[in-house]
Structure formats: structure tokens, C-alpha cells
Design a protein around this ligand. Sequence first.
Ligand code: SF4
Ligand code: SF4
Length: 292
Amino acid sequence: MQVAIASGKGGTGKTTLSVNLSYYLAREFTRDGQKVLLADLDVEEPNSGIFLNGDVTHKEIKYRLVPKWDESLCTLCKRCANICQYNALAFIGISVVIFPELCHSCYLCSDFCPENALPMVRHRMGELIKYKINDSFDFVESRLDIGVEQATPLIKESKKFIEKSKNQYKTIILDSPPGTSCPVIEAVKDVDLVILVTEPTPFGLYDLKLAVDTMRELNKKFAVVINKYGIGNNDIDNYCKDNDIQIIGKIPHMQTAASLYSGGKILIDKIPEIQKEISTIANNLQNIIIKS
Ligand code: SF4
Ligand code: SF4
């Protein structure tokens, strides 16, 4: 079972749910060597690791391919000059200049060059680290290098890495990037279920509607968890009821949670009310997967 945890905007509690649910599933829903994997795919700002201590079991630099101008082969024909849709390549004076941070690795310029003067070469974009948290819980963190703007290629590479070992795991939880653009689509596109985390505020509802539209566009199975339940009104409950969307959990708003969160603590170890709700979410998850 692969589950992505996503939200229409940042700060709704996506990481809180990812970490606490993974920790709970690893503790309560595994036996006889079964394991849970949590992967932080919010690669621009991964922070699940703040709450987890473990031993590094694997580390690798991640690369993507960008063109490199080979001056010796170039005939200055200028065919490549206007072909890049992302302004990652320009003809300046008598040189072709590449801006790797803008490149989307689409190969167009490389394929289009009649002299093979734009070969695609490896360019570092970030790193991936895998940790063993305990015998039933592994954690993968992917992090973009400072200044690298394209999150999607690193998410794609991280998912390839996870794919290779997916049979080791009973459950894989993906802490996805926030929003509704390419990075989150890449993160959720082949999971069994997406959990959309929201909060009971007008902003929460607005962003939830965008996220729901995206999931429906992608034809993904999804359900909702309301975080900080109790701080606002019932608009999210009403919206979900009117639109036939299942709410699988309501994590109560508690002052103590904020201070424990800022101290990097796992909430289910400290707050019974939150543990109870995470347990409900875990059970609802199992039921959804069994039925599907
Ligand atoms: S298309 Fe190739 S040969 Fe022509 S200017 Fe660009 S790099 Fe040089
Ligand atoms: S590979 Fe694509 S995005 Fe990158 S410089 Fe060439 S045309 Fe532009």
C-alpha cells in the first residue's frame, strides 16, 4: 500500500500526519519482519527528519541531465538559439550559454543540434539519505541543493529509488510537496490513496477545493483529514458531505501539540487524544485499501 499525504497549501499539518501515522503504523500494524517506509518528498523543504532519529543506511548524490556546450563541435548555426521554452539556453555573442538552474532536462536542444554539440551531462541537484529508525521503520529524505529550482526531477528519482525496494514494505507513506502543481502531481501519480490534509479555516477550505479538483482531474482515490479540528467552523465537514468526500480523521487542536511540534517530538507518544485519532485514521486506511 502506497499512500501520499498532500495538502493544497503548506502549514496544514501534512508532516505532522506523515510522521505520526508512519510511526504508529510501524509500531501497531507490523509483525514478523514487516516494515513501514516514510519518504519525505517535500524536497525543497523536507522536515519530517526533525522528528525522527535513526542510523544512516544509504546515501547518494542525485543528478539530472542538462546540456553542455561543446565549442569544438559547434558551427554557430544558431538553430538552438530560440528553441528552449524555459529560457535555459541563450546565444550570446559567439557562445551558447546554458543556465542549468532553469533547464527542465527536456533534451530538445540536444536532439535539435545538427552537430551533436549539446550533449546531455550529469548535473548535481541534491541528495537522498535513507535511515533505519527501528526494526520496523525506515525513512528516506530527499533534499534539493540550495539554488536548484526544479523539484520534480528529484521527486522522480526518489520514487525510482523507493520502487526498487518497495516489496520490503507493508506500507509506504509519501510526505508530498504542498500545492497542486507538477511536484505534487509527480509525488501522487501512482499511489493507492492520497490523504488531503486541511484545517478548518476559510483558507483551508479554499486550498482543499483546489486539491480536490486536482485529485479528480488525476482520477486519484483520495480522502480528507482535518487537522487542528475545533479552531474554526464546520464548513469543511459540510463541503465534504455535499461532495461525497470521506473524512477519515479529525486531529484535535491542542496547545500542547504546538510546543511539542516545535520541540521535534512525536505527538502520539505524548498526547493520548492525538494517538486515538491517528489510530482511527490508520484503521480507516486499512478499510479503504481492503475495499479497493
Ligand atoms: S544548434 Fe548546435 S551547432 Fe548550432 S549553434 Fe547551437 S550548439 Fe552550435
Ligand atoms: S534540455 Fe530543454 S530545458 Fe534544458 S536547455 Fe535544452 S531545451 Fe532548454
